[in-house]
Design a protein around this ligand. Structure first.
Ligand SMILES: C[S@@+](CC[C@H](N)C(=O)[O-])C[C@H]1O[C@@H](n2cnc3c(N)ncnc32)[C@H](O)[C@@H]1O
Length: 348
């Protein structure tokens, strides 16, 4: 999700998206957003939606869902004119629920380290799970590239190559890469609106949420969906703060429980985030659980509201996620798991 930028107004939001968020990811979305920002009639129509529905990625994904092709802005504008009622319907009924399997590469070293320290298999709960594709870190392949030819490859032993996505991640620093994938004996997720990988409309929506030019991510999504379809995860509908404790009670007691989340906390207000932190503390003290957080550094704060990385220059973290294990920063991750810079030694 791209949060509203500081300058107010819908045109500014689209201009910010077109100049800051989209370039480097999608030339097409950059052009379309800037076209919309300079198009008062479209801005007027978009302003007819509730504020949270005006965000550029949601509107552009709705158009893609309906078949908008990569094209110059004037062609896209004609498409919007011809399908505006449908665009409105999709925007009002859907939300940005990008499910990025690549983030498993950022989570994997921490998951493996927890399993090794606990000397038992893992039970996973992802809060804000979307379709639950990050619940299969043990069923994907990985290529961690430390540069200068130092590549660590990991693969699920029981699956033939080609039957799972291979997640590529550039590493920096002493990333604690495991020798093998951790064992996962139970997996479940919570989402306000779980997407169903067996429902073609939900799958089409997941595809539409990927930037138009990023075919490799669509291919990865497709492979991850095939993995998940073979053993669909338990997904519970509801607010993460309402459902976490009862779901955790269903995890096998002899497994090490890990609660994790990526790109979710920005959707909660400050009170919701604090309540979540309290719930995690309660679970850790009671049943026992580990907590992995993979979020923008401005949404995850200390209990007292201060930054978890006070010494770190903001420019180093901008556009990337901070990875925390049990509340302590261990790494800076690319937002789609494409990179992992281990900072633990420097921060402890
Ligand atoms: C950007 S998606 C990220 C999905 C997934 N974590 C990933 O990394 O691929 C954020 C998800 O969080 C969910 N979400 C937002 N607020 C929530 C809440 N209070 N309780 C449960 N889920 C929530 C949204 O519905 C959405 O599916």
């Amino acid at each position: 999700m791209s949060p509203a930028p500081e300058p107010s107004g819908t045109a500014d939001w689209y201009r910010h998206f077109g100049t800051i968020d989209a370039p480097g990811n999608s030339a097409c979305y950059a052009e379309w957003s800037l076209g919309i920002a300079d198009d008062p009639e479209l801005i007027r129509r978009i302003d007819g939606w509730p504020h949270t529905k005006r965000q550029p990625l949601l509107m552009l994904a709705a158009a893609r869902f309906l078949g908008a092709r990569i094209s110059p802005y004037p062609e896209f504008r004609r498409f919007l004119d011809s399908r505006w009622d449908d665009v409105s319907r999709i925007v009002l009924s859907r939300s940005t629920q990008t499910n990025e399997t690549g983030r498993c590469a950022a989570l994997l070293p921490s998951l493996a380290r927890i399993a090794a320290a606990e000397r038992r298999p893992l039970a996973l709960i992802e809060v804000g799970a979307s379709a639950g594709l990050a619940l299969f870190p043990d069923r994907y392949g990985y290529e961690f590239d430390g540069g200068a030819g130092a590549v660590t490859r990991l693969a699920p032993a029981a699956s033939p190559p080609g039957s799972y996505p291979v997640l590529r991640c550039a590493t920096t620093g002493p990333v604690p890469l495991p020798a093998a994938l951790p064992a996962v004996v139970w997996r479940a997720g919570i989402d306000l609106n779980p997407l169903d990988i067996r429902n073609p409309d939900d799958v089409a929506w997941l595809e539409a949420l990927i930037w138009p030019e990023q075919d490799f991510r669509r291919e990865r999504l497709c492979q991850a969906i095939a993995v998940a379809r073979a053993d669909p995860p338990l997904l519970v509908a509801g607010d993460l703060n309402e459902r976490l404790v009862s779901l955790a009670a269903q995890a096998p007691p002899d497994a090490a429980l890990v609660v994790f989340h990526s790109a979710v906390m920005a959707y909660l207000d400050a009170a919701g985030r604090e309540r979540f932190r309290d719930t995690i503390a309660l679970l850790a003290a009671g049943r026992g659980c580990h907590w992995i957080s993979n979020e923008g550094h401005t949404v995850i704060l200390q209990q007292d509201g201060s930054s978890v990385v006070p010494e770190m220059d903001d420019s180093r973290l901008r556009g990337r996620f901070l990875l925390l294990e049990d509340g302590l920063p261990v790494a800076i991750a690319g937002p789609h798991g494409q990179s992992l810079e281990w900072i633990e030694a420097a921060s402890t």
